[in-house]
Design a protein around this ligand. Structure first.
Ligand SMILES: Cc1cc2nc3c(=O)[nH]c(=O)nc-3n(C[C@H](O)[C@H](O)[C@H](O)COP(=O)(O)OP(=O)(O)OC[C@H]3O[C@@H](n4cnc5c(N)ncnc54)[C@H](O)[C@@H]3O)c2cc1C
Length: 389
């Protein structure tokens, strides 16, 4: 189904990239999604193809070996991938947020050492922020790094870490000063590669977002060289994490658009095939009302997402815009997948169709990269800050 957002045209080069991703998804991914999702099996072969397509370097600047895509093009790529299989986008999303943390807050030496290896997918990983007792309130994390000569010794637990099992390197948020006031001044971020003292304690089982590993990570006297401290200065960890999350929120919004699109396009097709009372269900007004709402919701979500990406690309402040896009597009995914299930009747509940997968995958978009409760609080705070009396 066509994407009608003509207000946000891609360059010819970017359109070519999107076209090759589209062909790859149709040929090599779509036929296998149900099998992988139902078996909760990691798609190793597909990940190798993602490396060849350059997706692990999608937003890494070209001077460090990446594709250097703008956030706008990246959002379109993620939306398209998520229309076929949302979980797949999780493999590159947190990996690219880790890369964005290094690109934005790292030293030139750290950029040169890590970004080219992230770009090829030689090192893959993600973002290790959340802990068993700290998600939204990141400033209350307990993982601690204590300086010891030219190393730090890290102890603590991280949970829900995407790519935790298959990945080898993580942007790790820790406390370097537990008494700092304000608390964020005692927070730092490291580029942490797996090794002695850094282990995976368990794989976490989930409602949806299958096949992609979510894990708990344990740091037990893990020694990390001091030159892995991002920016080489303590106290800037939260800032580095939040900077990366803007791109992350645009990505989650794009994933929401992809899921909302998938639910709509399957429904438009089914509404023409399934007949009741002598005519296709798409000719009953009750179904038409649903399709009309689903399509409008999707288009609004898309416009918010592309606008937030445009603001990110031009360097404008976009925390409110990314928050609005993430909030609206994730709720659109949840609503569209539920409506798709109603339109499909009993078949919507069947594992032979993709609808029940959209329904299981969508709610994660409301939780990850800051819950939707927090997004609305960010929007309100920004409204007041940008319009002082
Ligand atoms: C599948 C999956 C993958 C994930 N991947 C990663 C990853 O790769 N890396 C990573 O670091 N984390 C990851 N997470 C963790 C995710 O970011 C957190 O779950 C999320 O930030 C929410 O934190 P929490 O679960 O601790 O909820 P809590 O912070 O305990 O929140 C519970 C509820 O209280 C609400 N709430 C909290 N504070 C406020 C407030 N001030 N005002 C109003 N409401 C509030 C929340 O909105 C929520 O509804 C993942 C989670 C899942 C489920």
């Amino acid at each position: 189904m066509l994407n009608h957002s003509s207000a946000f045209k891609l360059s010819d080069d970017d359109a070519l990239i999107l076209d090759s991703i589209e062909k790859w998804l149709e040929r090599d991914v779509q036929p296998h999604v149900l099998k992988f999702d139902h078996a909760d099996e990691y798609p190793h072969e597909i990940v190798e193809q993602m490396k060849e397509l350059g997706l692990f370097g999608a937003t890494i600047p070209a001077e460090y070996g990446g594709l250097g895509l703008s956030a706008t093009t990246y959002a379109r790529v993620i939306e398209r991938i998520s229309t076929t299989w949302m979980a797949l986008s999780g493999i590159i999303n947190s990996h690219l947020i880790m890369a964005a943390c290094v690109a934005r807050s790292g030293t030139e030496e750290q950029r040169q050492t890590f970004l080219p290896r992230f770009a090829t997918g030689e090192i893959r990983g993600g973002l290790a922020l959340t802990e068993p007792d700290a998600g939204t309130d990141l400033q209350s994390i307990r993982t601690r790094a204590v300086k010891n000569g030219d190393h730090y010794i890290v102890n603590g637990t991280k949970t829900w870490i995407t790519n935790g099992i298959e990945g080898t390197c993580f942007a790790l948020l820790v406390k370097t000063d537990i008494d700092a006031n304000p608390r964020h001044k005692g927070m730092s971020m490291f580029i942490a590669e797996k090794g002695e003292g850094f282990t995976v304690s368990r794989k976490l089982e989930k409602l949806g977002y299958k096949s992609i590993d979510s894990a708990e990570l344990i740091f037990d006297n893990y020694r990390i060289p001091a030159d892995r401290l991002i920016g080489l200065e303590e106290g800037h960890g939260l800032q580095a994490a939040l900077g990366g999350l803007e791109l992350g929120r645009i990505n989650v919004a794009a994933r929401g658009c992809g899921l909302a699109q998938a639910a709509l396009q399957d429904s438009v097709k089914y509404a023409q095939m399934r007949k009741t009372f002598g005519k296709p269900i798409g000719e009953h007004q009750a179904i038409q009302l649903k399709l009309g709402e689903m399509a409008t919701r999707l288009q609004a979500a898309r416009l918010l997402t592309y606008d937030a990406a445009r603001a990110y690309d031009t360097g404008e402040r976009c925390d409110m815009e990314a928050g609005m896009a993430k909030y609206f597009a994730s709720e659109a995914a949840v609503s569209n997948s539920l409506e798709a299930m109603r339109i499909h009747g009993g078949y919507g509940y069947s594992k032979e169709f993709h609808i029940e997968r959209y329904y299981r995958d969508s709610p994660l978009m409301c939780i990850g990269e800051g819950t939707n409760e927090i997004q609305r609080i960010i929007i309100a705070k920004q409204l007041i800050e940008r319009s002082p009396v």
